[in-house]
Design a protein around this ligand. Sequence first.
Ligand code: TRP
Ligand code: SF4
Length: 334
Amino acid sequence: MSEKATREIVMSGMRATGALHIGHYFGALKNWIQLQDQHECFFGVMDWHALTTHFKNPEGIAQSNRVMMAEYIAAGVDPDKCVLFIQSQVPEHLELYFIFSTLTPMGWLERVPTWKDAEEEMRVSDTHNLGRFSYPVLQAADISVYAGTRVPVGPDQVSHLELSREIVRRWNHLFKGHWPEPKPLLMRPQVVPGLDGRKMSKTYGNSILLFEESKDLQKKIRGMPTDPARIKREDPGEPSKCTVYSYHQLFSSAEDLSWVESGCRTAGIGCGDCKGRLIENIEKVILPLREKKKEFLNNPTRLDSIVKEGCRKARERASRNLSEIKKQMKWPLT
Ligand code: TRP
Ligand code: SF4
C-alpha cells in the first residue's frame, strides 16, 4: 500500500441491500473514492447488518454481496488503494461485537433515536428483533476491529457513531486500554432527492440506480414531475422547485445549468428538452461505469479473487487487533 498522508484509519460500509442508487454514490461512494488516496481505508459490504432486517432472505443478501462489490469497484473504489471486504467473511467482527455487547447497558441502546423512532414500523414489518436492537453495537465492532479512527458519516449516522465512541470509552476505562475512539468525518453531504422529491430510498421505490440501463433511465426521467407552474409550454417555471433541476446540478456542466435556468424561467425551453439534456448527461457519467461492471460480472473469477484478497487483508488486520484487545482484557486467546 502506498504512503498515506496521515495515520488516520478510515472505516465505512453499506448494508448489503442490493444495487446501489445515485444517492449512495453522491452521499458516500464519491467520498470514499477521495479518502482512499488520503488515508488507510477499510470499506465493507455489511451483510450481517442487512440480515437484521432481511433475515427471511439470506440468499438475496448473498447475491447483493457480489453485486455491491462489483459496483463499488466499477464506480471507482480501488482494491489496490483500500481494503474491500465482506463483513461476514471476517468473523472477528462478530467476536468483538459480543465483547462489546456485554459492556453496553441496555439503556444506551434504548436511547438511540433510530430505534425509538422506528419501533412501530419494526413491529409492523416483523423486524423488532434482538439483532436489530443491537445493530449499533455491531457497527461499533466493525469500526474498532480495524482500530478505526475516522468514519465518514451523514447526519443520520451521528448518533450511532456517538454510541461507538461511548462503548470504546467504556472498554478503555474497564481495561485501562487506549483503543482509539472513532471520530466522525463529516463529509459535505450531497443529498439526492428521489424521483418524487422525497428522500431517495429503495423502500419508496423512487430511486435511480447508479447502473441503471438506458431504457429504464429514460422512462424514470421522462416520468418525473416538474414545476407545476409549467402547465403549458409557454408557462415559465422556477428550476429550484423542480427535482429535474436538482439532478442537473449533480450531472450537468455549468453551461448546461445556466441553459436550464434561463430556459425554464423564460419558457425558452420545454420540460421535454430539459429532461432530454439531463438524460444525455447522466448517460455520459453512467456509461463507463456500466461497462466496467459488466466486465466484472462476466468475469466472475476475477471478481472472486479480488474479493477474496480483500477479505484476507481485512482478516489479517482484524485478527491482529482482536488478539490485542483480548490480551488487554486478560481473556483467553485460545
Ligand atoms: N449502518 C450503515 C448503513 O446503514 C452501515 C454500516 C455498518 C456502517 N457498519 C458500519 C457504516 C460501520 C459505517 C461504519 O449504511
Ligand atoms: Fe423542471 Fe426543467 Fe421543466 Fe424547468 S424546464 S420545470 S427545470 S424540467
